[in-house]
Design a protein around this ligand. Structure first.
Ligand code: NAD
Ligand code: GLY
Length: 361
């Protein structure tokens, strides 16, 4: 097992990573300081892992549950309300813990509910998708979507612990694994050229769910995320780099209807668009651009946006993005493989040109 720490002074918390942690009471005992727990999960994850988790917890706390419908399209205020209602119906007090068992959708809704219930109760993340294990469970961004924009309603609310059982990935559909790899590749591009090279060498092992490789890569991604969140919890600076591909990606998700393109798929196409702009501006060369395209293709990810999306579709949707500042859309653009910066001067023409299919498709 690997143990990392998110250093946020008195709100610091551990990230435990390893196979079989769902059955290991000790990580949960350390994280849960009250006798009552509500597990928030969904209709897909509950039959796979809920009973096992309840078994692990039953030795030292009482457990109730809230099972939400599955899907990005249910990442809504209605689901948030459903979680709060379950807490009230179970007469939970402030001395309770909300435990999110599932992917990023469950984690974001459950964390937001934990932040709001009686002005905030303890929260523990048990992420079960690759995307949630490397990204959404760490760093305290919680929330739900609005018809007019993704993740528009929410709160920064840090968990007390993140417990990652890498064995849960064995049941993850291949398409979801690939979607998670988009966020893994993101860390390589914005932060860590060695990680990028390691992914080029080991993508086929990761797709085969090689346990050792997965633990190594998940740990590296969590360590990067922990460092970024330590430096900039509220996204005043460096944390914005984690949004590589997301400004374009959120526009794709919204345009297509939430859930039609997976979040990671939209981020992948968005990352290639941002990389195309980096190549046009001379930040990266053709060879680096092709490496980025090839790595996404090796992970079975899309490398161009939906055919029916125009530059104007992107621009009108991106104006609703949370990253807009003083009316200007802020784009994360790679400056090499291993670094990126935020730019506000990207033109309509550049967006238009970034939409085209990369040449080696
Ligand atoms: P998801 O939560 O929808 O999970 C994907 C699918 O896999 C769902 O059908 C889910 O039920 C299923 N699933 C989960 N674990 C499984 C398992 N072990 N075996 C089989 N099936 C399993 O999607 P996601 O990709 O995990 O998360 C995407 C969401 O995360 C988006 O809403 C995105 O906005 C959010 N996100 C948040 C942050 C953050 O910092 N809070 C960061 C990145 C993404
Ligand atoms: N996934 C982006 C962030 O956590 O900041």
């Amino acid at each position: 097992m690997k143990l990392l720490n998110v250093d946020l002074a008195d709100r610091s918390y551990p990230i435990s990573i390893g196979g079989g942690l769902l059955d290991d009471a000790s990580s949960f005992k350390a994280a849960i300081r009250h006798p009552r727990v509500i597990v928030v999960t969904n209709t897909t994850v509950a039959p796979l892992y809920l009973e096992r988790l309840k078994n692990t917890l039953s030795g030292f706390c009482s457990v109730c549950q809230c099972i939400l419908p599955d899907g990005e399209k249910y990442k809504t205020l209605d689901s948030f309300n459903q979680a709060l209602t379950a807490m009230l119906e179970n007469s939970l007090g402030r001395d309770s813990t909300v435990l999110a068992l599932g992917g990023g959708v469950v984690g974001d809704i459950a964390g937001f509910a934990a932040s709001a219930y009686q002005r905030g109760v303890d929260f523990v993340q048990v992420p079960t998708t690759l995307l949630a294990q490397v990204d959404s469970s760490v760093g305290g961004k919680t929330g739900v979507n609005h018809r007019l924009g993704k993740n528009m309603i929410g709160a920064f609310y840090q968990p007390r612990a993140v417990i990652i059982d890498t064995d849960c990935l064995q049941t993850l559909p291949a398409r979801e694994l690939s979607a998670g790899l988009a966020e893994v590749i993101k860390y390589g591009i914005i932060w860590d050229a060695d990680l990028f090279a390691c992914l080029e060498a080991s993508m086929s092992d990761l797709l085969k769910l090689d346990g050792e490789k997965l633990e190594q890569v998940i740990s590296r991604c969590c360590a990067i995320k922990a460092e970024v969140v330590h430096q900039d919890e509220r996204e005043g600076g460096v944390r914005a780099l984690l949004n590589l591909g997301h400004t374009f990606g959120h526009a794709i998700e919204n345009h297509m209807g939430y859930g039609v393109w997976l979040h990671g798929e939209a981020v992948a196409a968005g990352t290639v668009m941002a990389s195309a702009i980096a190549r046009m501006r001379g930040h990266i060369g053709q060879e680096e651009f092709q490496r980025i395209v090839r790595l996404h293709q090796a992970a079975s990810l899309p490398v161009s946006p939906p055919e029916n999306m125009t530059a104007d579709d992107f621009l009108s949707l991106m104006r609703h993005d949370k990253k807009v500042k003083a009316g200007a859309i802020r784009y994360v653009i790679p400056t090499s493989i291993g670094s990126a910066e935020v730019f506000s001067d990207v033109t309509r023409d550049e967006v238009e040109q970034s939409i085209g299919k990369p040449e080696n498709e």
